[in-house]
Design a protein around this ligand. Structure first.
Ligand SMILES: Nc1ncnc2c1ncn2[C@@H]1O[C@H](COP(=O)(O)OP(=O)(O)OP(=O)(O)O)[C@@H](O)[C@H]1O
Ligand SMILES: [Mg+2]
Length: 367
């Protein structure tokens, strides 16, 4: 007996997306179903290429369809279309689906490292990604990505000048460190800083992006308010080390984003420099800055805990050399594994929040 397209679709109605708790057909994730001879082919479009459940969903589809079509060859194309948390009717960066601020409160805890690594990891998984270095007074992205000294092109479009972001390691990048002499920007006052940042967003040709990651300066000042209030930021990732001094400042950052009138959702907490494992003692973990501070902070604010990154000298060395550790195949695998996990969790949370938003405001829903 031959199988029909409808039977394949009915079989896929039994496969749920565990995050959305609905079946793939109801979620409009199944398309291009074909039955040709002994071959069944269909496409499953997830809401992020970084979906941590991708393999499970593929296996569930395979099981559901092979149960009704024994002996058939089944070919599943796994695809992704990132959903947006932003209102598509806004006129600031309408082609950017999600803007993620990476902030901390305290300086030196790893915001730039986390911003770069998340941006590169999301891009490696197939997303279109941009990165803004919003640390006007201490831009570190150009050095850490090996583009220091390069100048972005400026192009005239319809009588207006636009900055073309640089491209490196598969992502688009813009930093004040690429536009003016670093020593010059150090003396800039608040209004100059905020207008430079607004320009990064409004006068830069970012094109279509799934995720735009913004590496914030330390503290909770003007830049944070500018980004939150003028750019329609989708949410924030808070980076902290486990130590109390960093947690105290991280609390300030969380409170600022959650303030009335700002209302930027907290996507989650990342704990950096969680422990140190000496290469000669691979089974030992030394909790140099204390233990589980990031998890406690997440519990305290009922925010997701996205994951932890150990203290590894090659992260620092790679940053100084302009080849990020997540892109260096010679760096310890734990670095890529940690960021894969954090990026997947972040992408998953954004997808869920986008779906909740679309449900609450169906007229604005977009993919
Ligand atoms: N997990 C880690 N292991 C080892 N070194 C790290 C780790 N995370 C960050 N570093 C190093 O620590 C230093 C500070 O990190 P980074 O510049 O990312 O922090 P930041 O929060 O952006 O700092 P700032 O507040 O100055 O912007 C850098 O030299 C970086 O390479
Ligand atoms: Mg930084």
């Amino acid at each position: 007996m031959s199988i029909t397209k409808e039977q394949v679709i009915d079989a896929l109605r039994t496969v749920d997306d565990p995050d959305f708790k609905k079946d793939l057909v109801t979620l409009n994730m199944v398309s291009d179903v074909e039955v040709v001879g002994n071959n069944i082919r269909f496409r499953v479009t997830l809401t992020t290429p970084a979906c941590p459940l991708k393999e499970k969903i593929k296996k569930d589809c395979m099981n559901a369809v092979s149960a009704i079509a024994p002996g058939y060859d089944i070919d599943i194309v796994m695809d992704a279309q990132v959903t947006s948390m932003r209102n598509p009717n806004i006129n600031i960066l309408p082609s950017v689906k999600n803007i993620i601020c990476v902030a901390s409160g305290k300086g030196g805890v790893g915001k730039s490292t986390v911003s770069i690594s998340l941006a590169l990891t999301l891009a490696a998984q197939g997303a279109k990604v941009g990165l803004i270095d919003a640390d006007i007074h201490g831009p570190s992205i150009p050095l850490m990505l090996g583009v220091k000294g390069k100048r972005p092109e400026v192009r005239m479009v319809k009588d207006k000048h636009y900055i073309i972001p640089l491209e490196a390691h598969g992502i688009k990048i813009l930093s004040i460190g690429l536009l003016v002499d670093e020593r010059q920007a150090v003396v800039w006052r608040g209004p100059m800083v905020t207008s430079a940042l607004k320009q990064f967003v409004t006068d830069c040709l970012w094109g279509k992006l799934d995720y735009l990651v913004v590496d914030m300066p330390p503290g909770t000042g003007d830049v944070h308010l500018t980004m939150a209030q003028t750019v329609n930021v989708s949410g924030a990732v808070i980076v902290t080390t486990p130590q109390e001094a960093a947690l105290t400042d991280a609390r300030k950052a969380v409170s600022m984003f959650r303030m009335q009138g700002i209302n930027v959702p907290i996507f989650g907490i990342v704990e950096n420099m969680s422990y140190f494992t000496p290469p000669e003692l691979p089974d030992n973990k030394y909790y140099i800055f204390g233990k589980d501070g990031g998890k406690r902070l997440a519990d305290e604010y009922e925010a997701p805990f996205l994951g932890e990154i150990p203290l590894i000298p090659s992260i620092r060395e790679a940053g100084d050399e302009g080849l990020p550790a997540v892109r260096d195949i010679n760096s310890p695998a734990i670095i890529r594994e940690s960021f894969d996990k954090i990026a997947a969790e972040l992408a998953r949370i954004i997808s869920i929040k986008a779906a909740e938003r679309a449900q609450a405001q169906p007229q604005e829903a977009t993919t």
